[in-house]
Design a protein around this ligand. Structure first.
Ligand SMILES: N[C@@H](CCC(=O)N[C@@H](CS)C(=O)NCC(=O)O)C(=O)O
Length: 207
């Protein structure tokens, strides 16, 4: 059976949400973080990566968000939540789907560390990383000012990959989103989805 191993307050909440959107029959196992915020030994034992998300499905154990999403969408999605290659929105779907994980998340994670170490100071590399993360928010604001969802008119897996950066990760980084009204409206719109609410009630039952 498809099992989502969810590490508390982590990116694996997106996989729970994906399963809820697809109305899959899946099991959820929840793990608390260690005091140092790392995954516990039981989680690290699942896959050599030792990171969330990790899923198991019969003989398969798989980590890494992009791989996990591809596995679930291609194996169980039946064409839902993706955009077909012959659809005019295909390139936008691909871009935003990958931008969330390939650029936003690494940028925000690195920003978190830079601020934890006292800020960029005069370091041009650190300043550049912070500027890139900031530019990501500006890009999202611009995109969401013209379309309701990242791929265009329809909600897709690109929205599931993106939201974490604007909710849980934004909370970790104390990111104020009020200067971005289109992002704020988008977050509210997507968080109102029944599947999102159901996923978060299961993934973070203590709120
Ligand atoms: N690129 C990886 C990053 C995974 C990652 O860093 N996950 C964090 C949770 S958000 C984690 O597992 N942290 C606990 C640990 O490293 O022990 C992915 O997208 O799956």
């Amino acid at each position: 059976m498809l099992t989502v191993h969810h590490l508390a307050m982590s990116q694996s909440e997106r996989v729970v949400w994906l399963c809820e959107e697809l109305a899959l029959d899946y099991a959820l196992v929840r793990y608390e973080r260690e005091p140092n915020m790392l995954a516990p030994a039981a989680y690290k034992a699942l896959h050599p990566a030792g990171t969330a998300p990790t899923i198991t499905d019969g003989a398969v154990t798989l980590a890494e968000t992009g791989a996990v999403f591809a596995y679930i969408l291609e194996r169980y999605g039946q064409g839902r939540l993706v955009v077909a290659p012959d659809d005019p929105a295909y390139a936008d779907y691909l871009f935003w789907y990958h931008f969330a994980n390939g650029s936003m998340m690494p940028g925000l994670f690195t920003s978190l560390i830079i601020h934890a170490l006292g800020g960029p100071g005069g370091n041009p590399l650190a300043q550049g990383v912070l500027m890139r993360a900031e530019h990501g928010f500006a890009m999202l604001e611009s995109r969401l000012s013209s379309v309701p969802y990242l791929a265009g008119g329809d909600f897709t897996a690109a929205d599931i990959t993106a939201l974490f950066a604007l909710t849980t990760m934004a909370a970790f980084t104390h990111r104020d989103l009020t200067p971005f009204p289109a992002i704020m409206a988008y977050v509210a719109r997507v968080q109102a989805r029944p599947a999102y609410r159901q996923a978060m009630a299961k993934a973070e039952p203590h709120g």
